[in-house]
Design a protein around this ligand. Structure first.
Ligand SMILES: Cc1cc2nc3c(=O)[nH]c(=O)nc-3n(C[C@H](O)[C@H](O)[C@H](O)COP(=O)(O)OP(=O)(O)OC[C@H]3O[C@@H](n4cnc5c(N)ncnc54)[C@H](O)[C@@H]3O)c2cc1C
Length: 142
């Protein structure tokens, strides 16, 4: 019930197409992506700490990859946003382990370019305090 009410409040259901307007390096490991709607409809306001879910169709992966990324800037003066920005840390394979590097972060860094369209779920609330504590503890993950 709560979940249904929450879903009704979302600015859009499921996924919406966004075009990568700008892609730029923040540092050796971090790249930012500015994402604008393909349909041109203005974005609803969002708050610090919210995050987006990206749906990535990665060649060679049988299933769609879903990953969440925090919004890394906020709307200018009037509070109306014309883009979202995420900042993605490239995840290498852990040292000493013979496993592939991070699937989504490396795909975003290496293959998603300005002009690429990505499907996004609307910004969601920040996780609960306990989840935030866990995220901070696990910060080395991202
Ligand atoms: C609410 C929220 C907000 C977030 N915000 C951000 C953000 O703003 N920016 C950001 O960069 N990230 C953020 N993240 C993390 C992000 O969602 C991804 O988890 C991150 O990008 C790694 O995904 P990946 O697909 O690149 O790595 P994955 O493919 O999920 O791999 C993760 C790590 O596991 C290793 N690995 C792979 N296979 C194995 C194996 N068999 N055994 C052991 N290790 C293995 C990989 O080498 C890699 O180091 C956020 C997460 C949450 C939950």
């Amino acid at each position: 019930m709560l979940r249904r009410r929450h879903l009704r409040r979302l600015p859009w259901q499921d996924f919406r197409g966004f075009r990568v307007q700008r892609k730029y390096q923040e540092s050796a490991k971090i790249t930012s992506f500015e994402l604008r709607t393909v349909d041109g409809v203005p974005l609803p306001q969002f708050r610090a700490g919210q995050f987006l879910t990206l749906e990535l169709k990665i060649p060679g992966k049988a299933v769609t990859v879903l990953r969440t990324y925090s919004l890394s800037d906020f709307p200018s003066g009037d509070g109306v946003a014309d883009h979202y920005r995420i900042s993605v840390t490239r995840e290498p394979a852990p040292e000493g382990l013979d496993v592939p590097p991070g699937v989504a972060s490396n795909f975003l860094h290496d293959h998603v370019q300005e002009g690429t369209t990505l499907n996004l779920r609307p910004p969601r609330r920040a996780p609960s305090r306990s989840a935030v504590r866990l995220t901070v503890l696990n910060r080395s993950c991202w």
